[in-house]
Design a protein around this ligand. Structure first.
Ligand SMILES: NC(=O)c1ccc[n+]([C@@H]2O[C@H](COP(=O)([O-])OP(=O)(O)OC[C@H]3O[C@@H](n4cnc5c(N)ncnc54)[C@H](OP(=O)(O)O)[C@@H]3O)[C@@H](O)[C@H]2O)c1
Length: 198
């Protein structure tokens, strides 16, 4: 996800107006549309929390489009939510069982879109191989944290840092689960899809 420097992915009321930043980092990289296209193409499915889904629906209703194309989108929810395309599927219950038992056998690259509740759950349950964290050049003081109720330490290994002309810094980490059981290799993916070979 993209977050403010102080670690928030949205304001408490869900607004993301602060994402329109106006910084310029001389010497930063430009975002290559070809790279973005190839990157999105490599994602096999998306998983998101219900509040992120509701935000996506409201953006679509405002004419901003549906960013997930025709890829499968799995929405975690215990509620009955509107569904206006057949690529969307709802799921409730044990997240680890769903990811390990159902998604892993069907998809190679699984992208956990967010938000904070889902990303916290993912890391806590040991489901992520990688974290992609883009820091925007702004502080907002309060909001929804990137990792809600993590409840544990998670060691990371930094694998990539890119600074963009916009002042955004894109960080990529591998997750180092120190308490992995021998038959449970680091699983799933998070924010950036898993890249395990099938
Ligand atoms: N900055 C970014 O890059 C970025 C990216 C993504 C999202 N966002 C923003 O983040 C905000 C939403 O984040 P959030 O942390 O509030 O919520 P969220 O993670 O999107 O959704 C949380 C909700 O999903 C459902 N859920 C989660 N895990 C579940 C499970 N295992 N089983 C069943 N249901 C489950 C629960 O709701 P119910 O059961 O009640 O439905 C839970 O309250 C939005 O404002 C969105 O725009 C920002």
């Amino acid at each position: 996800m993209a977050a403010s420097l102080d670690g928030f992915i949205a304001r408490r009321d869900g607004r993301v107006d602060w994402m329109e930043t106006s910084d310029e980092f001389v010497g930063g990289d430009s975002m290559d549309p070809g790279f973005v296209e190839a990157f999105l193409k490599a994602i096999d499915c998306y998983v998101m929390g219900s509040r992120t889904y509701e935000t996506a629906l409201s953006f679509e209703a405002q004419g901003l489009g549906w960013p997930y194309g025709d890829k499968p989108v799995f929405v975690l929810t215990s509620r009955k939510l509107p569904r206006n395309r057949n690529t969307v599927e709802f799921h409730s219950g044990d997240l680890a069982q769903f990811v390990n038992g159902r998604l892993r056998s069907a998809f190679r690259s699984i992208w956990f879109v967010g938000g904070g509740v889902l990303s916290g759950e993912c890391l806590r349950l040991g489901l992520a191989d990688e974290v992609r964290y883009s820091i925007l050049p702004v502080l907002i003081g309060d909001g929804i944290p990137f990792f809600e109720k993590l409840g544990r330490d998670v060691a990371l290994h930094l694998t990539e840092v890119k600074g963009y002309k916009s002042g955004t810094v894109a960080l990529r980490y591998e997750v180092r689960y120190e308490l992995k059981t021998p038959n449970q290799p680091a699983a799933g993916s998070f924010v950036k899809g898993a890249s395990r070979e099938k």
